[in-house]
Design a binder for this molecule. Sequence first.
Ligand code: SAH
Ligand code: SF4
Ligand code: F3S
Length: 444
Amino acid sequence: MPNPRTPRTYRVKSFGCQMNVYDGERMAELLADKGMAPAAEGEDADLVVLNTCHIREKAAEKVYSDIGRLKKADGSKPLIAVAGCVAQAEGEEIMARAPAVSMVVGPQAYHRLPDLLDKAARGERATDTDMPANAKFDVLPQRRRTGPSAFLTVQEGCDKFCTYCVVPYTRGAEISRPYKDLIEEAHKLIDSGAREITLLGQNVNAWSGENAKGDAIGLDGLIRELAKIPDLRRIRYTTSHPMDVTEGLVSVHFEVDKLMPFLHLPVQSGSDRVLKAMNRSHTAESYLRLLERFRAARPDIALSGDFIVGFPGETDAEFEETLKLIDEVRYAQAFSFKYSARPGTPAADMDGHIAPEVMDERLQRLQAAINRDQLAFNQASAGKTCTVLVERKGKHPGQWLGKSPWLQSVHFTGNAAIGDLVAVELAEAGPNSLSARLLEPATA
Ligand code: SAH
Ligand code: SF4
Ligand code: F3S
């Protein structure tokens, strides 16, 4: 008789950024490697891994309500593991507050999940929030299954210490994965069906390493090497920090066709006083000059950013400066957030916290500006021909969904299959997607 607590099926739920999603995929592979099967859609899992995010208060609070809600059809609780950045930041508190949780495992320690599972099967509760840099990558199983668009974490951690942000505490110091490992993992992903790889890092453009010849290279060098792999058709990277933008990174957008014309470069605010209080290392002006350089290298580049409204002390006039910056840039898309005070960060103790209704109003105005520009960007794309990487089936018969080079969601009808790279003419533009006409059969 197997131990009744020995789980046979698992479900990993990821709540955070792309790196958190990547970690979720790797944990799933690890569990599959241990002989467990993913729980079928709509069915109970014996083990649920909550792969959490700590970036804003709401994200962190969600964990506790999720733990409370998790139940199998027969009313019993599955085994619960809490992973991700809340696990790292509040491991002990989770253990104390949520007795239903058997395992807590941090983002640098999840390769040891199988050990924790063995303990849980014996009825022991265990926490592992060690931060051995890079150790997990050496023991994780090989990549096996992937869709046409795959994530590859190349850099982790953050040394920037923006005053509002928990990432330097939950993810630790900046580290770069070795070049050789990345090329190897890229090949595995491509062999498993990936046509596009998005290189990930909290500050992905801080990546540095040595190529096969032993030369020191940066992210642009890595992109140039990856572009030589014939079956890899598209390369993306995210998230970049203005401080680590190099001339090489700018020019690789001009030189490497496989690098998609898209740049996510968070700015957070358009006010230099606020930027300074945030400990961002750039001004509004220096940020705008960086974007100009990218646009000169790749005139059609789609720009994306992150914004925080209501940072402590932000005045109406300072907020207006952010709107002014948005007007100047004309983003293709952007993410925006209300400032959320995170315990242990310097900004949480600053004076001048902004009232929630003021934040609401600022966020609405900012998002209206972004939506206006996003629609305008999509409308300006109508009539262009481009490739679309087909990622999944659409709702209607014969309909397919995929992404344009500019990361727009595109839908079209015709003869295609998942993983195809097809030529289309973009047609009607909506705020969040475009329709397209298929021009020629698949090229991949
Ligand atoms: N390393 C990336 C961003 C990582 S976090 C960078 O610096 O560009 C993703 C986004 O979450 C940030 O860009 C910021 O806009 C937002 N964010 C981080 N901490 C926040 C907080 N305390 N409150 C609100 N938004 C926050
Ligand atoms: Fe957070 Fe700033 Fe680091 Fe980005 S650069 S992860 S916002 S501390
Ligand atoms: Fe969230 Fe951690 Fe990513 S806090 S945004 S999951 S690095």
